[in-house]
Design a protein around this ligand. Structure first.
Ligand SMILES: N[C@@H](CCC(=O)N[C@@H](CS)C(=O)NCC(=O)O)C(=O)O
Length: 241
């Protein structure tokens, strides 16, 4: 039985998992879980995802959450090329280093920016106060500086000469705030060049396919009924408190 991946392509860790599976020809069934429709809160999905978050994976009776764990599972189960998640201790640790760092840094600020600019105004019916926005922009910029100057430095990819799981996670997290209209790549030529290398390594067609839902969000968002998103209200209030 083919592996099942539970995904919503608006979500950055879902896009990383999706691109990894597709690029490596891993057979899977795509199960769409719409966050905007609150499908992740339903009883059925609760049986698959202990955290009720996407991405989630089901392989027979075995269910798994967390994008990094899912990609590592697929890398080992399907014996993907070593370069994605190298067996060598120090090379692998370079990948682990970035994947461990990003959760509470790049991901937090990029995700928050997406909510601040795209979703909170719709759900709460008010813009995020400017001082909160400025503070977040500074955090996001510091995070991007760390990616450029500490992780990437003068290498082609985060962990060296080859694309790895670290680049997949990084690119999807950075594109999330870009989708709100921020010109992050235009302002950062080194990051832009890395983005282009990652896109080429994945293949432009697959890369663009993975991002088309997110990039079309503004268009789709016009049809989103904010009254149906009110289950996100407590989370929005917490984010700006
Ligand atoms: N660390 C997790 C993050 C998962 C996560 O936060 N997913 C979000 C979408 S990007 C989600 O499902 N949110 C629903 C919610 O929090 O209610 C991973 O890498 O998989």
């Amino acid at each position: 039985m083919a592996l099942k991946l539970y995904l919503d392509m608006v979500s950055q860790p879902c896009r990383a998992v999706y691109m990894f599976a597709k690029k490596n020809n891993i057979p899977f069934t795509f199960k769409h879980v719409s966050l905007m429709k609150g499908e992740h809160l339903g009883e059925e999905f609760g049986k698959i995802s202990i955290t009720r978050k996407v991405p989630a994976m089901r392989d027979g009776d075995f269910c798994l959450v967390e994008s990094v764990a899912i990609m590592m599972y697929m890398a080992q189960k399907f014996n993907t090329p070593d370069s994605w998640y190298p067996a060598g201790l120090q090379q692998r640790s370079r990948v682990d280093e970035f994947l461990s760092w990003q959760h509470l840094d790049l991901r937090v600020f990029g995700t928050k920016m997406f909510w601040y600019k795209n979703l909170i105004p719709k759900i709460l019916g008010q813009d995020v106060p400017q001082d909160k926005m400025d503070e977040l922009m500074e955090d996001l910029n510091n995070s991007l500086n760390t990616v450029e100057n500490k992780f990437l430095r003068d290498k082609l990819f985060i962990a060296g000469d080859h694309i790895t799981l670290a680049d997949l996670t990084a690119i999807t997290e950075i594109i999330q705030p870009v989708a709100t209209g921020l010109k992050l790549f235009e302002e950062r030529p080194k990051l832009r060049a890395w983005h282009d290398r990652v896109r080429a390594a994945i293949g432009a067609e697959l890369f663009d396919d993975a991002h088309k839902v997110l990039m079309g969000l503004e268009e789709n968002a016009k049809e989103v009924d904010a009254s149906k998103l009110q289950f996100f209200r407590p989370m929005c209030l917490k984010m700006i408190s």
